[in-house]
Design a protein. Structure first.
Length: 175
C-alpha cells in the first residue's frame, strides 16, 4: 500500500508480472524488426522505466530518442493542443516505435503519431505498457500492448500521481 497526499494506492500489477510481459514484448519487437534498425521514440516522463526495461531486452540494432509533450488550452474550440518537444533529429525515412506509458482516451498518442507521421517516416508503431480500452475515444492501432486494464487510475513503474510515485517496481491502483 502507498499513500500520497490524500490518496491510497493498492497493489495492482506486480514487478514480476511486469518484467515477464516486457520480456515478451521485447521478443516480439526483436522478431518484427530483425531486418530493420528502428528509431525508438520514448515519451517522457512516464515511459522512462518501461523503455529502459524494454531496451535492455532488445537484441536488434536500434536508436533511441526522447520527447516530451506540452499540452496547453487553445482559445478556439479545438481544446487541448499538444506540442512535441525535444525531438532533435528528423524521423523521415525511419522506422519509428513510439514508447508510451499508458493510453487512456488516446488523444495524446494519436497526436504524437500524427505529428511524427508528417515528417515522412517509413513506418510508425506504438508500444504502450498500459491500455484502458473502455476509455479510448478514437480509433487507434496499438502494435504492442503490455496490459489492458480497466478504467481506473494507476501509478508506479514510471507513472505518477502529482509528480510522485514513479519510483515503485509494482504498478498500484487508486483504492
Ligand atoms: P490520453 O491522452 O490517452 O487520455 O492520456 C494519456 C496520458 O494521461 C498518459 O500519458 C498519462 O500521462 C495520463 N494518464 C492517463 N491515465 C492515467 C493513469 O491511470 N495513471 C497515470 N498516472 N496517468 C494517466
Ligand atoms: Mg504518457
Ligand atoms: Mg502524469
Amino acid at each position: 500500500m502507498l499513500t500520497i497526499n490524500d490518496k491510497t494506492f493498492v497493489p495492482f500489477i506486480t514487478a514480476d508480472t511486469i518484467q515477464a510481459r516486457v520480456l515478451e514484448l521485447a521478443g516480439q519487437i526483436n522478431q518484427d524488426y530483425a531486418t530493420r534498425q528502428p528509431l525508438i521514440v520514448v515519451v517522457l516522463n512516464g515511459a522512462f522505466i518501461f523503455a529502459a526495461d524494454l531496451l535492455k531486452n532488445l537484441t536488434i540494432s536500434c536508436e533511441i530518442t526522447f520527447i516530451r509533450v506540452a499540452s496547453y488550452q487553445q482559445t478556439s474550440s479545438t481544446g487541448q493542443l499538444r506540442q512535441i518537444l525535444g525531438l532533435s533529429q528528423s524521423v523521415a525515412n525511419r522506422d519509428l516505435i513510439i514508447v508510451e506509458d499508458i493510453v487512456d482516451t488516446g488523444f495524446t498518442i494519436s497526436e504524437i503519431r500524427d505529428q511524427l507521421s508528417a515528417d515522412g517516416p517509413t513506418s510508425v508503431a506504438i508500444a504502450t505498457l498500459l491500455f484502458k480500452p473502455t476509455a479510448l475515444q478514437r480509433p487507434l492501432q496499438l502494435d504492442y500492448v503490455g496490459f489492458e486494464i480497466e478504467n481506473r487510475f494507476v501509478l508506479g513503474y514510471g507513472l505518477d500521481y502529482d509528480g510522485l510515485g514513479r519510483n515503485t517496481r509494482d504498478i498500484l491502483v487508486l483504492a
